[in-house]
Design a protein. Structure first.
Length: 170
């Protein structure tokens, strides 16, 4: 019979606690409206439903308009929350804390809050913040601390060099 302490230390025996992964995107060269469609397309290609959460309904309506005109040759299926088909939207733009479309991934913009349960329970959480706004950077630092305190892995991505590179991981 083996020792339970040894099994736990080796990742055997006891059930493993699930922790989420939260990606922080520090936008310094590209604005949100340029960065967001790329992340949304990649998430959709992975087969995920996405909740795009912001803090201001007017800003979400503005993003909704931009996403309809992303490119002439592509289509980014999405909807603004409050419609009759919110649960069916592959990408739902909202300011609400509820994941009404059964999202696999959550993208937070403009400092929108993310709960510890969401961090641990979703396939991917991404936090996009404007690196040219000192208040946004300070808020992202606070969110980083919250992610780490929740026991989730935080990964920091920067486009400082001109392309996205992971610069840190907790």
């Amino acid at each position: 019979m083996s020792d339970p302490a040894t099994e736990a230390a080796n990742g055997q025996g006891a059930p493993q606690e699930t922790t989420g992964e939260v990606f922080f995107y520090h936008m310094t060269r590209s604005p949100l409206e340029a960065t967001l469609p790329v992340l949304l397309q990649r998430s959709l290609q992975a087969g995920w439903k996405i909740c795009l959460r912001g803090t201001d309904p007017k800003r979400m309506a503005w993003l909704d308009e931009r996403l309809w005109t992303v490119s002439d040759d592509g289509f980014l299926p999405h909807g603004l929350s409050g419609g009759p088909h919110d649960a069916d939207q592959p990408v739902l733009l909202t300011t609400d804390a509820t994941l009404t479309n059964g999202a696999d991934a959550l993208i937070s913009v403009d400092g929108a809050a993310i709960s510890a349960g969401e961090m641990a329970g979703l396939t991917r959480v991404s936090i996009l913040f404007d690196g040219n706004d000192p208040d946004a950077v300070a808020h992202a630092r606070t969110q980083w601390k919250e992610v780490v305190a929740a026991g989730c892995t935080a990964k920091y991505w920067s486009q400082e060099s001109g392309r996205w590179e992971m610069k840190a991981s907790s």
